[in-house]
Ligand binder design. Structure first.
Ligand code: FAD
Ligand code: SIN
Length: 522
């Protein structure tokens, strides 16, 4: 089956759906794909703390400075200026005025700005402690209202390019160009050709490559791997941000304890009740994330404990009740037997955000024609070596708009006859069924390798070992990929092993410790 669209957007999170709305309203024929059954199963949906927004009295210069300080001045200055100039107001124009999102307010009815680490101003708008869910729902509602088609259980397998797929040999002499994608329709089990004049990757992060992460299991970096196979430039892949405080619990996994708890007074303590952040930074508990995550890691090492504690019960200074301000965290912890109004919360650092990605410019264009990347899968350079809290929903939204404007401003369609040289997906001659236990074991091996050798603190020897181990796993995974009946798990596993290698290679090449890439000499 073949279909043609003006623009295909892969991903239904903040970046993908925002872009779809801008593009659809500019008159283009767009479609959104998600590999999940649930449109809202995205990183976006789990965002807690909030989104940086315009605030009276705040200044563009202060925001630029905070982003650069958190990012260790490794940032792309043009991109930082762009987000500081255009981002904060866009939250009002798009989220509040267009989508009608009602962020939390104070008892006087004013918008309630919260504080997060490394911000010099309280400039983060939030909806209690589940801002992402509110944004995700509002985007879906609006997208449905304006009739944007969203295809669920559609798993993008590979980008179609003239260079890799066209049977017209004249295409070899043209610049590499994306023309659509091969996508697995899980319901039918068929891989289809979906053709498009432009493709936007908005496929999110890579957290699931790590044993401990705040991300849902769908965060396997598919877009990164697809772009890499198509030949796109990837940058800053060594910079994986570890969130200092994910819940440490026997049964509850992948649950974040928002940084905004520290913004509202919470302090980190060790198992004896001693505060320790003053030993690591003058900003104490509100130091940038890389600093706090390393401090916790070091304290865990010193004390031999598997976790540290975060005390909000003793230090909360908000005006609303703790139960209301942090309703999701309160409920989830309570279900796990922890009453955050009475006792400290056990926490550990976990892989949280991918600061690197597909290299894009100020319009979201990648290094390959017709291919755009926005949101967490892309690297605009805004975050440099470490991301400032609550800046990524904003970046996803802004680059969605920038990419949509670029596409609609000078829409150049691909000549229809060029698509006729693209063959159908080639099925393997021989199909083998694989035991899911074998796949689960490969997943575990990748996650352990990444956690142990490409984690919070890295060593050259560890990275070398990781490279050798990943090469070994890759050999096996590619071999069975060739004869496997395609399904989501196998597609993700193939992408994961490629992404893990991209990260390890980048980390091996960058011998300078900076931001969330810390190389120890030990
Ligand atoms: P996502 O929202 O992750 O969406 C990815 C989409 O791509 C999904 O629809 C997925 O199904 C689809 N997809 C992926 N691969 C394929 C494929 N092969 N085929 C088809 N579809 C595919 N940032 C902030 O600014 N503020 C916060 O408070 C905040 N809190 C956070 C809390 C948590 C727990 C987490 C995990 C992240 C948080 N972040 C926060 C980061 C932020 O949420 C993400 O960076 C951002 O939401 C990413 O949005 P996205 O649109 O790029 O990707
Ligand atoms: C948090 O609420 O701590 C997450 C904020 C972010 O990742 O930007």
């Amino acid at each position: 089956m073949e279909k043609y669209f003006d623009v295909i957007i892969i991903g239904s999170g903040v970046a993908g759906l925002s872009a779809a709305i801008f593009l659809k309203e500019s008159g283009l024929d767009v479609v959104v794909l998600t590999k999940e059954d649930n449109i809202e199963e995205t990183n976006t949906n789990y965002a807690q703390g909030g989104v940086i927004a315009w605030k009276k009295g705040d200044s563009r210069e202060n925001l630029v400075q905070d982003i650069l300080t958190a990012g260790c001045n490794y940032n792309n200055l043009e991109a930082v200026h762009m987000i500081a100039d255009q981002g904060p107001q866009l939250v009002f124009d798009f989220f509040i005025d267009k989508l009608g999102i009602k962020f939390s307010r104070t008892s006087e009815g004013e918008l309630d700005y919260t504080e997060e680490a490394a911000h010099s101003n309280r400039r983060v708008l939030h909806y209690e402690d589940h801002t992402g869910e509110k944004i995700q729902q509002s985007l879906i509602n609006y997208a449905k209202k304006i009739k944007i088609p969203i295809l669920t259980n559609y798993i993008a397998v590979d980008l179609i390019t003239n260079k890799h797929h066209s049977t017209d040999n004249q295409e070899l002499y043209k610049p590499c160009e994306v023309m659509g994608l091969y996508v697995l329709d899980e319901a039918s089990g068929h891989v289809k050709n979906l053709f498009a004049h432009k493709v936007i990757l908005a496929t999110g992060g890579i957290g699931n490559l790590y044993q401990h992460t705040t991300n849902p299991s769908s965060a396997t970096g598919d877009g990164l791997s697809m772009a890499y196979r198509a030949g796109a430039d990837i940058i800053n892949a060594e910079f994986i941000q570890f969130h200092p405080t994910s819940l440490y619990h026997r049964d509850i996994k992948r649950f974040l304890i928002s940084e905004s708890l520290r913004g509202e007074g919470a302090r980190l303590i060790d198992n004896k009740g001693r505060e320790f952040m003053q030993d690591y930074s003058p900003l104490k508990d509100l130091a940038p994330r890389d600093v706090v995550a390393r401090a916790i890691y070091e304290e865990m090492g010193k004390s031999g404990s598997e976790y540290m504690l975060l005390d909000i019960a003793s230090y909360y200074r908000g005006e609303e009740s703790l139960q209301k301000r942090f309703s999701k965290i309160y409920q989830t912890c309570l279900e796990g037997g922890i009453d955050i109004t009475k006792q400290p919360i056990p926490i550990v650092p976990a892989a949280h955000y991918f600061c690197g990605g597909i290299k894009v410019d100020l319009t979201g264009r990648s290094s390959i024609r017709n291919l755009y990347a926005i949101g967490e899968v892309s690297c605009t350079g805004v975050h440099g070596a470490n991301r400032l809290a609550s800046s990524s929903l904003l970046e996803g939204l802004l680059w969605a708009k920038l990419a949509a404007m670029d596409i609609s401003k000078k829409f150049l369609p691909i000549k229809k006859e060029r698509f006729t040289f693209i063959p159908d997906w080639e099925k393997p001659d021989y199909i083998e069924e694989f035991d899911s236990l074998l796949l689960a074991q490969d997943w575990k091996a990748i996650q352990m390798t990444m956690w142990n050798y490409a984690g919070i603190i890295r060593t050259v020897k560890g990275l070398m070992r990781a490279r050798a181990d990943l090469n070994y796993f890759a050999h096996r995974i590619f071999k069975f990929y060739q004869s496997a009946r395609l399904n989501k798990n196998i597609i993700e596993l193939r992408n994961a092993i490629i992404n893990a290698s991209i990260i390890i290679n980048a980390a091996t090449h960058n011998r300078k410790s900076v931001g969330c890439h810390l190389i120890s000499n030990k």
